[in-house]
Design a protein around this ligand. Structure first.
Ligand code: SAM
Length: 227
């Protein structure tokens, strides 16, 4: 759904210049998506379009879900001076780049789809899938904003290795594909239960939501390890 204003003529020119220059870096299915939707406005559910708006600094000034998410995790986990691993950063890693600029963080992002031309100098990129083999021992916090597929793994692996974590969930309850019967609310309840059960008395688990203006009804699940 579109939640932002329509781009002005000036903004449309910026978008066109971006698309002409960069469309080739996106996989074919995303190229089509961009061509069809990029001029409609900022959304509550399309990361590809929203990343481009944020990259070009043309999102409405009060609408930046990545910023709102940082405020939430900062309250709970304090993300200054931390070694952060962001899972599923996207083609343009807006959140990872913003976190690099906050405090004295060391941010590593992991996503096979992230394009290195959009990664800020001090942000470290691992162009791979996050999976059982990923070594998280050197990070303080593992986070993901709509990472979809690896959501459950982020929670379980973080708890297993006593790391603070936070995931902003999305509606992709069909990932991995064996979960075809799930609704988003079943899926989120399952994830919250996993976090509470596996965290036990060693974790404080927080479930919260972005402000209403974002029109995103999916929970942000965070866990703080109690030392
Ligand atoms: C819905 S997008 C969200 C992107 C970004 N966080 C945002 O909101 O702008 C999900 C991203 O997760 C990535 N992804 C999927 N499975 C992954 C995995 N196992 N490890 C790392 N990234 C993964 C995809 O390539 C995609 O870029």
């Amino acid at each position: 759904m579109i939640i932002g204003k329509k781009p002005t003529n000036e903004e449309r020119k910026k978008i066109k210049a971006f698309v002409d220059k960069n469309i080739h870096i996106y996989p074919d299915y995303l190229q089509q998506e961009i061509q069809e939707k990029i001029y409609l406005g900022f959304t509550n559910n399309n990361d590809i379009i929203n990343q481009i708006y944020c990259y070009l600094n043309i999102e409405d000034s009060h609408l930046n879900p990545y910023k709102a998410y940082i405020e939430i995790i900062n309250n709970r986990l304090n993300v200054s001076n931390k070694k952060i691993l962001e899972v599923g950063s996207g083609v343009i890693p807006i959140l990872g780049n913003m976190l690099t600029e906050e405090g004295n963080n060391k941010v590593t992002i992991i996503d096979p789809l992230t394009n290195k031309k959009f990664v800020k100098n001090k942000t470290m990129l691992i162009n791979e899938n996050f999976d059982e083999e990923t070594n998280i021992s050197s990070y303080d916090i593992i986070i993901g904003y709509n990472p979809c597929r690896p959501t459950e793994q982020i929670i379980k692996k973080s708890i297993n290795e006593k790391k603070d974590f936070s995931v902003a969930t999305c509606g992709c309850c069909f990932l991995p594909k064996e979960y075809t019967e799930r609704t988003p609310s079943n899926w989120h309840e399952y994830l919250i239960n996993i976090a509470k059960k596996e965290g036990g008395d060693k974790y404080e688990i927080y479930v919260e939501y972005l402000p209403e203006i974002y029109m995103i009804e999916y929970p942000i699940i965070s866990g703080k390890y109690i030392k």
